[in-house]
Design a protein around this ligand. Sequence first.
Ligand code: FRU
Length: 705
Amino acid sequence: MKPNGKIKLALLSMMTLASSYALAGTYTETFRPQFHYTPAKNWMNDPNGLVYYGGKYHLFYQYNPNGMTWGDMSWGHAVSTDTVHWTEMPIALNVEKYAPGQVTQMFWSGSAVVDSNNTSGLGTTTNPPMVAIYTSYYPQALTLANGTSVQAGTQAQSIAYSLDQGTTWTQYSGDPIIQLPPSPYQDQFQNFRDPKVFWYAPEKKWVMVAALAALHKVVLYSSKDLKQWTFMSEFGPANESIGAWECPDLFPLPVDGNTSNIKWVLVVNINPGSITAGSGAQYFLGQFDDTQFVADANNVYDSLPPAGSTVFQNFEGSSYSALGWTATGALAGQAPARETIPGMEGNQLADTYGTGDSSVSTLTSPPFTITTSYINFLVSGGYHPYDPATYGTSMDTETAVNLLINGKVVQSTTGSNGIELVWRSWDVSGYNGQVAQIQIVDNNTGTTGWGHILVDDIVFSDVSKQEANWIDYGPDFYAVNSWNGLSGGRRLSIGWMNNWNYANTIPTTPWRSAMSVPREFALKTINSQVRLVQRPVADLLGLRGSSIYTQTTNTSLFSSNMVVPVDNTKGEALDISTKFKPGTASQFGMKVRVGANGEETVVGYDVKTHTVFVDRSKSGQINFDPTFTGRYSAPLLPSVDGSIALRVLVDWSSVEVFGGSGEAVLTSQIFPAPTSDGVAVFANGGTAVLQSINISSMNSSWPNQ
Ligand code: FRU
């Protein structure tokens, strides 16, 4: 049917409306975050070019202007005067192609500075240039306009400048400004990226930190003019040195607010292989001596078992049964594997590969009595978490190491879809005197490469074996970086609220990926250890609607599995502050985005293991990727008065938990039905006291909402 004139006109005006809307975004779509930045449409990953200038926060980001999955990487751009209300700007740096589908240059992650003294000569002192320093990715061998030849797959560092506050950009004619990694690492030209540059006032120079991703190193350069760079030093591998090291950051912070006690923080993002598998971020505290970052000795962890530990099992033996372990399935009658795996101890280890990834097996230890505070072990292999709902059934597809007490799983760790063994620890101080067994379960029949798990060196000790300092213990906080240009020593950071494990398949449209809430970073001494702590940006308060439920008198929560709807409070976007006092309950906490359909996201505290956890296994849509479901936990000791403080930010597709003073943070995406908007508190298997709770609604940060 041909539209008549009138309909045609109506259609046309609808189309114009639609396209102007598409640019502005409607921001009411299912799962559209209401107070987290998202582009109106298309794919986004890492935050880039974070710089504060002229009263505006700039947020550039990895952006695909042409699709909803990673590709055609360009720099998107948004600005804000308060870090919560963002205006999307035109694309800053647009992918370059010589023909459709033929990319000559992508603009990968990097940073931005305001060159106030015009050291680069790219602007004037009256109109200083904003300079972006980023990775040029050249997929094909190429001779650039300035005559420089680059090899296929090169990741080199380039600059571009803007003379109109970041709106339009010109690439520097001498790009790339660093074409190859420093010697002797020049063969790493395909894994050299993510320059973070900042002004180092004591020496009046620019400092760059960039990643040699595959070597698990960061390299430091200096420059007087942002164009000529001198290699200064390197750091790494150290602590979590698996997957790729990406998007480093380096900045000073006072300890406990004392400006005469400064430590430098080196942030290194890792993918895959972080604490929750997939993407994550670690940090090191140390000193920067004008040239080099040196981590504090107590921030670098060796790969040995903790001093004074007792080896429970190192899997050196002629068979599992000779070691006292019961082996079933493909491992029945077998011996521990003889392999050379990075990080392994001795000549043998437990490997459930068996006859292939599709084979299943279990290895069960003899019973033992728990007498120490921690069980530490090396683990690698498939990421298929223990799921209480399917455990022991034909639906159980886990690859996990479990601690069993009275036949119940009380602790569980899975692999991270990588081969390198990493240390993981369980706090078992709450189970002293109890008889336990360790079970290594491979119920995964997957044939995609990670249907098995590897374990070595199970040791008992009174200290936990720390592998790394994690910034966030949730699955969705990556490529974290901080703003340049803030005064008063303020360190504001933001992360990409996603995980490479499933980033390309999350069920959102017409955009994909959000940023975390911006967070103020600080250093605080907690239990005589200096820790990085975070809290949501204070400006968030501007979005706080009315308090919809408050209670400040102690309320006892009791009985088993008790769940109390909080006075019929409902909300899809909430800011919740709570304080609990542990009692006899093994777990307590709250549930958010609770629905009549059985959906719920649990934010709780586990008393025996001293951990705050988020369980999103029933949070809503989880089946778009097998690694999405799960339960994540962060160590958190009660504060001096014995209470547990939890601040929880709930948005249409995320939950961010800030435990204690902000030392235990977990960021998780969730995809619940819009009707799942209930809030409840709970205690399991005993009592707990809810000391206070305040629930405020969060207003939308988008215009016209
Ligand atoms: C991290 C990352 C960076 C790279 C960018 C490309 O998520 O892999 O190392 O610069 O994404 O989009």
